[in-house]
Design a protein around this ligand. Sequence first.
Ligand code: BGC
Length: 744
Amino acid sequence: MMNLKIFAATGLAVCFCAAAAAGQKNDEGRIDELLSRMTLAEKIGQMHQITGTGLSADMTAAVRDGKVGSLLNELDVETINELQRIAVEESRLGIPLVFARDVIHGFKTIYPIPLGQAASWDRAMVEEGARIAAREASSVGIRWTFAPMIDVSRDPRWGRIAESFGEDTYLTSAMGVAMIRGFQGGDLASQDRVAACAKHFAGYGAAEAGKDYNTTWIPESQLRDVYLPPFHAAADAGAATFMCSFNDINGIPSSGNEWLNRTILRGEWGYDGVLVSDWGSIEQMIPHGFSADLKHAARQAANAGVDMDMMSFAYTSYLESLVAEGQVDESVVDEAVRNILRLKFRLGLFDKPYAEPQGREAFYREDALAGARAAASGSAVLLKNNGILPLKEDVKRIAVVGPLSDSGRDQIGTWCFDGEPQHSVTPLQAIRNEYPAIEIIAEAGLAYSRDRDAKAIEKAVRAAKKADVILCFAGEEAILSGEARSRADISLPGAQTELIRQLKATGKPLVLIVMAGRPLTIGSEVGMSDAALFSFHAGTMAGPGLADVLFGKVVPSGKLPVTFPRMTGQIPVYYNHKNTGRPASGITLIDDIPVDAVQTSIGFTSYHLDAGDSPLYPFGYGLSYTTFEYGMPRLSSAVMRPGGKITASCTIKNTGSFDASEVVQLYIRDKVASLIRPVRELKGFKKINIAAGESVAVEFDITADDLGFWRGDGSFGTEAGEFELWISPDSASGAPVRFDLANE
Ligand code: BGC
């Protein structure tokens, strides 16, 4: 199963559980003792999370009376400390508050959006970004972030794909664990660490039509194989909290789903952290049609094991009467409060409740900016290069155009409430600052991504004509991705395609850099360009990071964490699909069908007449300035015994002239199974450096556990038989070797 075992080999095992275990025993005694002194009203107060309103009379009274356990969105450190003082010194039991905030990909220093971070396939980078975010946020008293979002996201229309680690279960698990480790460190009680929150539990990424908050219909085997493993890995990694998702799964909203929250999370996984609702998600069970009213919703959520109510006011309004009426057992309340107090003990809040204000000193430190710059370059994916990149430093005149060329706000992307666009270094600024000898002709052309101003395009074209090379920074504004920002058409917005068409017509070399919150259907735009670099909104240091790649100071090494469709109608399109009984072959595209063709003349296989059967770019794809040659995988044995392992290795040669990093990917396929298995599944990856001309042997251990899945009889395990294995640069290339898993 996807758990610590997988990560131990790669050094990702989080020591949080072990390190905290000793202290935890003592905490349990203190928790019980405290609980025994609490009134029912005080217990319910702990289960209530509200948004900050400064030091308003209502807020200070609520804190003093023990009617609130946690605040979100309070950011002023003096206010935070004063509210904490009231909680600790003036409330009857002195239980500290915990302050929370969405610190998703940075607090002040913004890293690439999580989808971009996933494109780096670099666990250490993701961990470091979260460490920096924790340091900055905790400096104002925030000790709980609502991240990472580990919803497997197969639909680029869904705006929240930006916040995800993409379409793959294994990659999402690995990145999620790295981020949790970065936020929490080895000791959550360190004041520069924050509690992570694995969200949204569960299945939110399966929203129908990629429309946010939409319903999902997920068979149990798919839920367990695809959507739950990242959460299981997060629980095993010691994620201090979990958050419910907004969606219903198969008719049951997560905030009222006993099976999900009790049977699986608490029962099967033994999770003892806090489960918080999403914002208003308890109340939203009413419009879902699952709860008759708020009291009903409160009962369902409490009984389903939701410990803390974020902004529904359901528990404070009704839990006391529900207990009195016997509709919610007080032991349910006690269990929730235990989980909440445990979090506060783990965070060390009983011993050190106050933040030590550090002012702006805590922000934008040198290591933070250097990390963000490396993350921006490390997560850029080179889609195409006819040799124009890297740019030569002796290039004389560059036209910098496009609506994303100088937009500090847009480059930091979605979900960075505290990011400060004025601290962003844009591509235009970076190129100007760092290459003063080059003449820069800056003419955005379009003021923002949805702009359709033809006159402005003319200006950009005039500028481009004077240059030796055109760098066109296109994409999406930040506001077009993120929560409730779904799109039914994921092409480049506004008149950007026309801008690119006219730039191409100048005959000047054209480099397209796309900065966006999701995959876009950019086949024709890439086709018109001499080189194309895809950068998911890359944060504060996007400019210098991308300039490093464009000028070859950094060789691109990012790989797509999600499939890019040719056109929106192909969605859902993801690499680990099933084969079908009639896999695509003999594809005839729509324009190649003879007029009056007879029905049987173009075959009967699984593809679209207008899109064929391949994506624009497959999962795992990304070019480099160098080239790599993969040898055939070698296996330590052609047969794996049950409970055993085999080692797969492959020699990879850097056949180009740049030292570079390569993300080497391991895939398997289970050929025959009681429930059909995907055509390929990622089971491992390594990002390695290979010097020009050198060869490196890369090894992966595969255990029988890695081959398990939720089988036809509803149990987890393996099935004997034939497997294929690839070690390849992406999910669509390479030749497989075969091995057998032997019977018991
Ligand atoms: C989002 C969560 C977020 C919460 C608090 C909700 O709308 O779904 O991901 O953590 O708001 O801001």
